[in-house]
Every structure is written in structure tokens, then in C-alpha cells.
Design a protein around this ligand. Structure first.
Ligand SMILES: *Cc1c(COP(=O)(O)O)cnc(C)c1O
Length: 403
């Protein structure tokens, strides 16, 4: 594959430098799990139109594929390949499950939140033979129970896990789960949608066979496509498995390989371009390790600040990811999610509703072009909004003293 066209990227940034800042200024900060606040550099990379079939564009695609494999496993890069797929992250999960599990296979889905449940739904809809092993939303997936389940059901061929369960912000114990799956000789599929690029991992060392993520999460691109990083020998054996034409991951991969970065159907050219810039910016920041540190610093500021205001986290700190944090909703009369959300949005911060089924929560994301200073400004804004809403600070009902 050819070298990246860095000159071209610098030029698009130079154009960005000359733009009216009002054109690229965001009206508010997105503290959500994606799409998230991106840099002006990423957004201005989308200002030009690109032909999909010439070499220039194909080079960008091929370069992205190489860089994704490097990010997934620097040490075992030669064992892996990357496929890009149109659509949101879910399209990629559906493409992966529908292509990787053969008709004679059986999938065991580990679920402790909405995204694990969604993998079960996808399997059901596609007619993939499967079982869902459930855990409480506030507890991590338990490797010992997985080991038992694998012993009890010899028909299972593939295991699927959500690394960071964005429903709550839970970080599941990927290394322990991977050990169990590998010891049992099964294939491991990981939805690393909200963790890839933001939490260091090495797919080769862990023994992950298939890893799924998308453009608009921790790589900090804009929405429009996702990607699957798979062991080449695993994906090579998947011809004819897919239950869908457009979501046939094998065909998509073969076309990209054979035709040097060509997508089968119309590709999101502008989004791909922005993603290449996002990868440059990830490198410039110091890679995944540096980004992880920033996200952790964001999370620390957030939890310290919110706790000081009397809010309480849903999860124990030990299982909490630095990606997104669930807070229990106060039960004071001043609080409604809509009222709180609107007050914050007026002051340029957008938070996220809760998704947990058994507790009333709201969520605040700490990924994207978000820095500890952003979070400090958020905390001041939360305090100001609470004052305007007539709230007592600290919140009595959500304070740790209650439990
Ligand atoms: C964001 C996300 C997805 C994909 O969601 P889309 O809305 O389809 O992009 C899947 N799994 C997890 C864990 C996620 O955070």
C-alpha cells in the first residue's frame, strides 16, 4: 500500500486556517457517547468533494486500513486486516455477526446493557443460532459464569462481548473474558465501539478475532462509517456466510483488497477524509496512551466536580470506564431531565439521557475534543444552572450520605 498523502492533508488544514471562524465554531460541547465534539481540523477536512474511484481517494482508504490494524495490534499487525463499512456502528456489528458466524455456528452473547442486548437482537433477526448470557447492568460480565456456560454448551463457536458498555459506562474485563474464550478454543468478537482508540488494547495479545468500532467515537471522526478489524485467516473463511448483501463483510473486504481501497457501494467520502485527519490528530496527541490519559483526567474532573455538588455515580469506580459516566438523578422537585438538559444546553453543554432500565440516571460523556478545562467549565455551569433552577447545593437526595 502507498504512503499517505500528508501534503494534501496539510493543505486542507491551511484552508481551514483561512476560514471565517464563525463557520466552524460549534454552538455547544457534546458530552455524549458519539457523535461527539470534533476539532475544527476534522470538520474542515470535509469541505472538498472527492472522487471515489481515483487513486487519490483509494490511497486514503488504504492508509486508514493500515493505520487501524496498527492501532488494534502493533505487534501482530500482520495477522489482522481492516474493513470499512458504510453506516453507523450498529451496521458494522450486524455485518460482523452476520458474516463471521457460519450457518452451522452458534453465538454466545454476553450482555450487561443495551448494546449487548442489541447483539442478541441482531442474531435473532438474522437467524444466527445464539444464546444470551445476562448479567446485571451495574455488574461486569463474570468470566467464571462464561466458563461454566461454555462447558455446559459445546455447540457454541463464537462469543461476543461489549468492551465498554456505553449504557452505563461499565468497562467489562476484556482480558479475563478473552482468556476464558481462548482456553475453550472459541472465536471472540468484541464490540469495542466506544473504547477503541481511547483505551489501550492489543487485539493480538488478547486473542481477539474480530473487533468492531466506528468513526465517530474515540478516534474523534464524524459519523458515517464503521470498521471491523479481524484476523485475516478468520475473515478469509467467511465467504458466503453473510445473511445480507450490503452488509456482507467478506465481499466488502475482498473488494477493498482486490481493488485497492474501493468500497462496493457509494462510500461516505467526506467522512473518510475527516477520519484520516482524525487519525493524524490522534498521532499528534501522542497516540492511544495519551488520549486515554486525557479521557481519564476528564473523567476524574467530572466525578470530583459532580460529587462535590452532591451527585452520585451509578457504578463503583473500579468498573467505571473513562468514556461516559452515569449519575443517579436527584429526587428533588427542581429536577427533571428535560429542565436540567435545557438549562445546560442554554449554557453550551449537551449531556445525555440515561439508558439503564432499573435506575433513573443521566449520562455525561468525556470523549471527543473535550479537555479537563472543558469539564471544569461544565461543573461551574452545572452549579450555575442548579442555582437558577432553585436547587440546594449539594443535592441532598443524590448525595452518598443517603446510602
Ligand atoms: C455507539 C455504540 C454502538 C453503535 O451505535 P450506533 O448508534 O449504531 O453508532 C454499538 N455499541 C456500543 C458499545 C456503542 O457505544
Amino acid at each position: 500500500m502507498s504512503t499517505p498523502d500528508l501534503e494534501e492533508r496539510r493543505e486542507s488544514r491551511a484552508i481551514a486556517g483561512g476560514l471565517d471562524p464563525e463557520l466552524v465554531r460549534n454552538p455547544y460541547v457534546l458530552l455524549t457517547p458519539g457523535p461527539l465534539s470534533t476539532t475544527a481540523g476534522v470538520r474542515t477536512a470535509m469541505l472538498r468533494d472527492w472522487c471515489t474511484w481515483d487513486d487519490e481517494y483509494a490511497r486514503i482508504v488504504q492508509d486508514i486500513r493500515v493505520r487501524l490494524v496498527q492501532l488494534a495490534s502493533a505487534r501482530s499487525a500482520r495477522e489482522y486486516t481492516a474493513v470499512l463499512m458504510q453506516g453507523s456502528g450498529t451496521f458494522c456489528v450486524e455485518a460482523a455477526l452476520g458474516t463471521v458466524v457460519p450457518s452451522f455456528g452458534k453465538l454466545l452473547v454476553l450482555a450487561n446493557g443495551a448494546y449487548g442486548e442489541r447483539m442478541g437482537l441482531i442474531a435473532r433477526r438474522l437467524g444466527v443460532s445464539h444464546e444470551v448470557l445476562r448479567f446485571p447492568e451495574t455488574e461486569p460480565v463474570d468470566p467464571a459464569r462464561l466458563a461454566e456456560a461454555l462447558l455446559a454448551d459445546g455447540k457454541v463457536t463464537h462469543v461476543a462481548l461489549v468492551h465498554c458498555e456505553t449504557t452505563t459506562g461499565m468497562l467489562n474485563p476484556l482480558a479475563e473474558i478473552a482468556t476464558v474464550v481462548k482456553t475453550a478454543g472459541k472465536r471472540l468478537i468484541v464490540d469495542a465501539m466506544s473504547s477503541f482508540g481511547g483505551i489501550p488494547l492489543d487485539a493480538g495479545e488478547l486473542g481477539v478475532d474480530v473487533l468492531i468500532s466506528s468513526a465517530n467515537k474515540c478516534i474523534q471522526g464524524v459519523p458515517g462509517f464503521g470498521f471491523v478489524i479481524a484476523r485475516t485467516h478468520v475473515l478469509s473463511a467467511c465467504e458466503g456466510n453473510a445473511r445480507s448483501l450490503s452488509l456482507d463483510l467478506f465481499d466488502q473486504w475482498k473488494t477493498m483488497e482486490r481493488e485497492n481501497g474501493k468500497w462496493r457501494f457509494t462510500s461516505p467520502t467526506h467522512v473518510v477524509r475527516a477520519f484520516a485527519t482524525a487519525l493524524d490528530e490522534l498521532d499528534a496527541e501522542g497516540g492511544v496512551t495519551a488520549r486515554h490519559q486525557r479521557y481519564r483526567a476528564n473523567h476524574r474532573e467530572l466525578v470530583d466536580g459532580m460529587t462535590a455538588l452532591g451527585f452520585r455515580c451509578l457504578l463503583e469506580e473500579g468498573v467505571q470506564s473513562p468514556i461516559i459516566t452515569s449519575f443517579l438523578e436527584p429526587s428533588e422537585p427542581w429536577y427533571t431531565f428535560d429542565g436540567f438538559y435545557t438549562a445546560l444546553k442554554k449554557r453550551s453543554f449537551v449531556i445525555y439521557p440515561g439508558k439503564v432500565s432499573k435506575a433513573a440516571t443521566f449520562r455525561i460523556g468525556t470523549i471527543g475534543d473535550v479537555h479537563p478545562s472543558t469539564i471544569r467549565a461544565l461543573i461551574e455551569t452545572v452549579q450555575g444552572s442548579m442555582r437558577d433552577l432553585g436547587a440546594a447545593v449539594p443535592v441532598p437526595s443524590a448525595s452518598p450520605a443517603r446510602s
